[in-house]
Design a protein around this ligand. Structure first.
Ligand code: SER
Length: 582
């Protein structure tokens, strides 16, 4: 049986042979795209090129892209949905079009020598039926006719056969390939029968070829792109499933090791719960290795929600507290040969999974009792750590509904209070503009840069307070710093002081400042034009760049000697440093 590793490499080799440059998977968390929290498709990091920019690797590209989609999270547990997946994709940037795209998809799926060797008699295809934006895709239909019987090619509406990444960007009609996963074989199907088979997961979508010729603005198709592109995506989990002759992704080699591990740890039988745990832990491993920490906003919130959902289901099947990290280890083992970052961040992954599990286990049972009593979802969230989505799910299981409006109002009020508190704290440090605090303030910037150099770029400032005597910085990091790390951070700051670096204030647009990666205060809201402080050498190479109102010294030589006084835990995943200048 062909293993997933071979499928991945066969796909890349197939397209490499046909002139495609193999590009690496972009990071799971997009670098310069604030419109999404995670990459959700292989084409996402390629949007600028699909819109016309020249790609350095040429006009034919292929890769396997790590993706996360959580909108179907409640479907996870069925046969085909997962929140993390790899998308195998090939792209033509104004190069080949429908003929080659379709022919190659078909050849890869069915060829025994070069591809998956799937049974052509189990294939069904859909093409676009046309609407006010684009004509009926008879061209794609005619190309498909050479490979698949006409009565297994169905014209479908834009609802299923028009692809776009959101309200803005490249888009176009697509053609989708489905595979019959029943044991008996379905044979010829009318359109209605095919649609019912799709609903029943008797046929599953395995590949989508998008003919990206149009552009959307604010949800409306505004016209044709200068070049006609191809964007294809095949879910590795699903093609592995059909290549391995099974009808569910959890039975493939991508998941089987995780399911075995969960079986060892569980004391109760519940197939769905086991699949959910396997899926959520796998996704969490990739999120953590992409630098995400569990938190209450953005990516961190999605991670927290997945981990807490996994904890809840681990409780259902009688897994002991502290054992989810064993499942994480199984994930790391499976992916170590392909994605080195899971090995690189192993300690942090295990640590985060353990911490989140232990923390939520402590309140889960009590919270569930409170839920039974009808306790307000706001209290469940703030006191027992129940993500609102979890409370909503619990309510749904009981046929109850949650007043989300009321929850949001209470949460907004709650957050406003805590934000004002932290804003006040920050101001408290800087309001005092005497010489000593100004010097400590500049040292504060140097310290953050030094910590990132010693501990990694994903260290972020989480709080700050400056008095005349000392600075205090809270930053995201999940363990005690070693003596050596503390010494190095201190030395780096002192070297910057001795180097006599310039401190320069520049005003720029918030977008530009974000683009150059200036450090921002966590949770703060910034205006359209912002002030950025750069600390840089004579050639203008920045040691530090931060969103900041100032004031600062003009040159770091004014600071004296920097001394790290104390490094301690502040809260979960946050460390606190106190330091002085003498
Ligand atoms: N962008 C399309 C999809 O995600 C094809 O890659 O399905």
């Amino acid at each position: 049986m062909m293993q997933s590793e071979e499928i991945r490499s066969r796909f890349l080799a197939f397209f490499e042979k046909r002139g495609h440059a193999i590009i690496p998977s972009a990071p799971l968390v997009p670098l310069n795209d604030p419109s999404v929290l995670f990459n959700t498709a292989g084409m996402q990091p390629l949007v600028p090129y699909l819109l016309g920019q020249t790609h350095p690797s040429g006009t034919r590209l292929a890769n396997s892209q790590k993706c996360v989609r959580t909108q179907d999270i409640e479907e996870v547990g069925d046969k085909t949905h997962d929140t993390f997946f790899e998308m195998l994709g090939n792209w033509s940037l104004g190069d080949y079009f429908k003929k080659e795209a379709i022919e190659w998809s078909y050849t890869f799926l069915t060829s025994k020598e070069e591809g998956l060797g799937l049974d052509p008699k189990r294939l069904y295809v859909t093409v676009f039926e046309g609407d006010e934006n684009a004509p009926k895709d008879t061209e794609a239909f005619d190309i498909w006719k050479q490979f698949v019987p006409e009565n297994r090619i169905y014209y479908m509406s834009a609802k299923s056969n028009w692809w776009s990444v959101g309200e803005n960007g490249p888009c176009g009609p697509d053609t989708e390939m489905f595979y019959d996963v029943t044991t008996e074989g379905l044979g010829d199907l009318t359109k209605e029968e095919y649609m019912r088979a799709d609903d029943a997961q008797k046929v599953v979508e395995i590949w989508n070829d998008v003919f990206m010729q149009y552009e959307k603005k604010d949800g409306k198709v505004i016209g044709k792109l200068a070049k006609a592109n191809v964007d294809t995506g095949a879910g590795l989990e699903r093609v592995t499933m059909v290549a391995q002759n099974t009808d569910n992704v959890f039975a493939t080699d991508l998941f089987s090791g995780l399911i075995t591990k969960i079986n060892e740890l569980a004391t109760q039988e519940d197939v769905i719960a086991k699949r959910i745990i396997a899926d959520h832990i796998r996704t969490s491993v990739f999120m953590i290795s992409a630098g995400v920490f569990p938190s209450n906003t953005g990516q961190g919130y999605i991670l927290r929600r997945l981990l807490r959902r996994a904890v809840r289901y681990s409780n259902v099947i009688g897994m002991k507290a502290g054992t989810l990290s064993h499942v994480a280890e199984a994930v790391i083992e499976k992916y170590a040969p392909i994605y080195h970052e899971v090995v690189e961040h192993k300690n942090r992954i295990i640590h985060e999974v353990n911490q989140e599990e232990i923390k939520f286990h402590q309140t889960l049972e009590k919270g569930l009792k409170e839920f039974e009593k009808g306790t307000d979802p706001f209290i469940l969230a703030t006191t027992y750590g129940f993500p609102i989505e979890l409370t909503t799910e619990l309510a749904k299981e009981k046929g109850l509904t949650i007043d989300l409006e009321d929850f949001r109002t209470k949460m907004a009020e709650h957050q406003k209070l805590s934000q004002t508190a932290s804003a006040g704290m920050f101001k408290g440090g800087l309001a005092n503009h005497n010489e000593k605090t100004i010097r400590l303030h500049t040292a504060h910037h140097l310290l953050l840069a030094a910590l990132q150099q010693v501990l990694g770029r994903d260290v972020k400032q989480r709080g700050s307070n400056i008095t005349e005597e000392r600075l205090r910085m809270d930053f995201s990091f999940d363990r005690k710093m070693t003596d050596d790390e503390k010494k190095r951070a201190e030395e780096i700051v002192n070297e910057s002081i001795r180097a006599g670096l310039k401190v320069v204030r520049r005003e720029m647009s918030r977008a530009d400042a974000e683009k150059i990666g200036a450090e921002m205060e966590f949770g703060a809201k910034y205006p359209d034009t912002v002030s950025i402080y750069f600390i840089e050498d004579v050639e203008g190479n920045p040691v530090s760049k931060e969103f900041c109102g100032g004031p600062h010294v003009l040159n770091t030589s004014e600071l004296g000697t920097f001394k790290l006084q104390k490094e301690e835990a502040s809260s979960q995943g946050v460390r606190r440093i106190k330091a002085t200048l003498t």
